[in-house]
Design a protein around this ligand. Structure first.
Ligand SMILES: [Zn+2]
Length: 229
């Protein structure tokens, strides 16, 4: 795996050097970076970034003024991340990415159950041409904990009840089984991926190898994201 990561980084480095930029000051042609990377190479970049995060060695790329200015003309993110809104899962930091790198959809319980979230995902693929989607669940997810609790309906404002009801779609077999929280979190990630696969356009791109979808599980204690296949 290390060899692959090094290979990808060398490829990106070579491209950036061709473009006359340092790794922390990528100049605009990132559109060509996006076009030339395969879904698997993008996944390797995210895995490598997560290794930086786990080892407290983030490079914090793409955060300078030049990057801000070049992104004004348009974004070309390399991946779409569907993540929980939980403040303990800071997505760009977790993958050591910066401005314009990731299109992030965050909801309680990393859910794609409504038109707004699924529409955002379609936009990221159809219009921004992201080639990799990572659905990231996380340890001790409060949204999933509440959704599988038997007491979920008690004395909640209408909107939160509706949220819990929605989240339950992704963890149906685990309602009432709070001791199986971790299984429910994994199950929910797979459920969201299945929802993506139900979208004919996205499914076609996946079958053609132009789009890849993977699950992830984030550990709160060390920041590691396990990639679930
Ligand atoms: Zn959560």
């Amino acid at each position: 795996m290390k060899k692959v990561n090094v290979g990808v980084l060398m490829l990106v480095g070579a491209m950036l050097s061709f473009l006359g930029c340092s790794s922390n000051q990528v100049s605009l042609k990132e559109v060509s970076v996006q076009e030339n990377l395969s879904p698997n190479q993008i996944l390797d970049i995210l895995k490598s970034g997560n290794e930086h995060f786990v080892n407290h060695k983030n490079a914090f790329p793409h955060l300078d003024k030049a990057r801000m200015l070049e992104e004004i003309s348009g974004q070309h993110p390399i991946a779409t991340i569907v993540s929980c809104s939980d403040s303990r899962v800071p997505v760009e930091l977790v993958f050591d990415r910066g401005i314009g790198d990731l299109f992030v959809i965050r909801t309680a319980g990393n859910s794609l159950e409504d038109d707004m979230t699924m529409g955002s995902l379609e936009y990221a693929v159809d219009h921004l041409h992201t080639k990799l989607i990572v659905v990231v669940g996380h340890e001790k997810c409060g949204g999933i904990t509440t959704a599988i609790s038997n007491h979920a309906e008690e004395k909640k404002p209408k909107e939160i009840s509706s949220l819990i009801e929605t989240l339950r779609n992704g963890v149906e077999p685990f309602v009432g089984k709070t001791e199986k929280l971790d299984d429910a979190i994994h199950y929910n990630v797979i459920h969201q991926i299945q929802k993506i696969l139900q979208n004919p356009e996205l499914k076609e791109l996946i079958e053609k190898g132009e789009l890849k979808v993977v699950g992830g599980y984030y550990h709160l204690n060390d920041g590691k994201v396990d990639i679930l296949n």
